[in-house]
Design a protein around this ligand. Structure first.
Ligand code: NOJ
Length: 555
């Protein structure tokens, strides 16, 4: 366990990372080409979003063949070479397993549609209600009803996501067996990490009912049976061999209590989980498609609850701000225009020094921002297109709709990785599948690597290296302090007498904080910060978006 706790994961969105053949879509050879860059950063695992055969209705989360590589991204030989070359540099590959649903183009669904009873039992098919209405009132997470007609059979199939993503019937032991074979197939190819897409919604009841809230989430999320299935998955696949495989479950709307159950090693489910409550603090009344400033106190209490709860219960968190489904955190929680370095490094340090495993999403290490597209033509994502339609139908003014979309669309983080100031940010020589953000002229890898000071990349490098060096970071306990402070999130980590005191200031106006008595007389070492190096007194003045950590050796 302890070696795993020193590791940092880097997330690659293959479609937007690096295009090696000029077709405008990133690919596996592009990733191979950039391994030296990733090695320089010092990360340990590379989580790659799905690159399996797919009609790409949901950018690869609609899989038509689990064990084939989509020609868009390359070949199996390319993948094998990637595993090998990454390993030569001390990095391992983490794959994305989408086991809750398949594309409706998957052979199983197609056979089911053609009338094959065996495969019909692979999916969740139901008759309409006696009055002819849909089997339940559940809504899809991408908008609209969660049911669609199953061919001309008169039945409906369940799709919690897009209509092209049919939910699998995990109650069928044949389905589970097939999925375990898929996981083992990739483990045999040498992958050392697995990310399980929306794995806490696999356990629907056998008898499906209308939801009292008209949405349905509570009827299929975190059901006890999900734990049973995940435990079995563990035992039949990654938990079986001698290699330590890092696993992370993406948990939709979960609780600390369930987070512990999923990740406490004694339960033999997963190594850790992603939870998302801290990224809903800029939702108006819980609604994502809104545009309001984030609630700092809420953010800090959520982070504190998860840190505290998971450590007490022996669970383990994945630590992150960004991914391919989230707007860029610097655009969301800081001021990347006036304080690009301070914002990016403060956010990074806040999570990198917490208890858990940090994830870096491509581009955050150079301060990439939301692209601020104001034209619907520039958006591609199915969820965004649906939201545009729904908001417009609700009568929201066009300008307001665009403001909301600009701040929340999943496309905001899917724009091409900014490698240089050259055409298309150096991502492709062809026409990119999605436009790059205009600021690539000055925010790009080439520029970043030349910086002598204020380099976000160097700061990430240091944070990643510190986790390997200091057990207080990788193993220490957690205690939130100054919890009433309106603009600073501070905490103490402790491990066998060593301590770390961390202050993160989330706003521009300078503030003065009181240093807890117990630390005033001890000689703390300024370990890392994005401001001026200084000793710790009875108070500390923090500048705009300043972050600082003091290290205290054993007493
Ligand atoms: C979560 C993935 O991260 C997201 O991109 C995808 O659309 C849904 N799961 C459905 O697979």
């Amino acid at each position: 366990m302890s070696e795993m706790r020193k590791k940092v994961v880097y997330q690659i969105y293959p479609k937007s990372f690096k295009d090696s053949d000029g077709n405008g879509i990133g690919d596996l050879r592009g990733v191979i080409e950039k391994l030296p860059y990733l090695d320089k950063l010092g990360v340990d695992l590379l989580w790659m979003n799905p690159f399996f055969t797919s009609p790409q209705k949901d950018n690869g989360y609609d899989i038509a063949n689990y064990t084939e590589i989509d020609p868009l991204f390359g070949t199996m030989e390319d993948f094998e070479e990637l595993v090998e070359k990454a390993r030569e540099k001390g990095m391992e590959i983490m794959l994305d397993m989408v086991l809750n649903h398949t594309s409706i183009e998957h052979e199983w669904f197609q056979k089911a549609l053609a009338g094959d009873k065996k495969y019909q039992d692979y999916y969740i098919l139901r008759e309409p209600k006696p009055d002819g209405s849909l089997p339940t009132n559940w809504v899809s997470k991408f908008g609209g009803p969660a049911w669609a007609p199953f061919g001309d059979t008169g039945k409906y199939y369940l799709h919690l996501y897009d209509v092209s993503q049919a939910d699998l019937n995990w109650h069928n032991p044949n389905v589970r067996k097939e999925l375990y074979q898929v996981v083992n197939y990739w483990l045999d190819k040498g992958v050392a990490g697995l990310r399980f897409d929306v794995i806490n919604v696999i356990g629907k009841d056998e008898e499906l009912k209308d939801a009292a809230d008209g949405i349905g989430k509570y009827l299929y999320t975190d059901r006890p049976i999900a734990h049973t299935f995940i435990h079995e998955l563990n035992q039949e696949t990654f938990g079986k061999g001698d290699r330590e495989i890092m696993t992370v479950g993406e948990m939709s709307s979960t609780t600390v209590e369930n987070g512990i159950l999923y990740s406490d090693p004694k339960n033999q489910e997963l190594s850790m989980i992603f939870s998302f409550h801290h990224l809903k603090v800029d939702y108006l009344n819980g609604e994502k498609w809104s545009h309001i400033p984030f609630d700092f106190m809420k953010l800090k209490y959520i982070l504190d609850d998860w840190q505290d709860g998971m450590s007490k219960g022996n669970g383990w968190n994945a630590l992150f701000w960004n991914n391919h489904d989230q707007p860029r955190a610097n655009s969301r929680f800081g001021d990347p225009e006036h304080y690009p370095f301070e914002t990016a490094t403060m956010l990074a340090q806040t999570v990198h020094l917490l208890r858990g495993t940090p994830y870096v999403y491509q581009g955050e290490e150079i301060g990439m921002t939301n692209p601020d597209f104001m034209d619907m033509q520039d958006y591609v994502d199915v969820e965004t297109l649906n939201a545009y339609k729904e908001l417009s139908e609700q009568g929201v003014e066009h300008e307001e709709v665009m403001e909301i979309i600009k701040s929340k669309s999943r496309d905001t983080s899917r724009t091409p990785m900014q490698w240089s100031a050259e055409k298309n940010a150096g991502f492709t020589t062809g026409k990119p599948w999605i436009k790059p953000a205009e600021n690539f002229h000055y925010i790009n890898v080439e520029e970043e690597l030349q910086k002598k000071e204020h380099s976000i990349f160097n700061y990430y490098q240091k944070l990643i290296a510190l986790r390997k060096e200091y057990k207080v970071i990788s193993e220490g306990s957690y205690l939130g302090i100054l919890m009433d402070h309106p603009s600073v999130y501070a905490y103490i980590r402790e491990y066998e007498g060593e301590e770390l005191l961390v202050f993160n200031h989330f706003y521009k106006e300078p503030v003065v904080v009181e240093i807890p008595k117990a630390y005033q007389e001890r000689q703390g070492q300024y370990l890392i910060g994005n401001g001026e190096e200084r000793a710790l007194g009875s108070t500390l003045t923090l500048g705009p978006y300043e972050t600082v950590a003091y290290y205290f050796d054993k007493k």
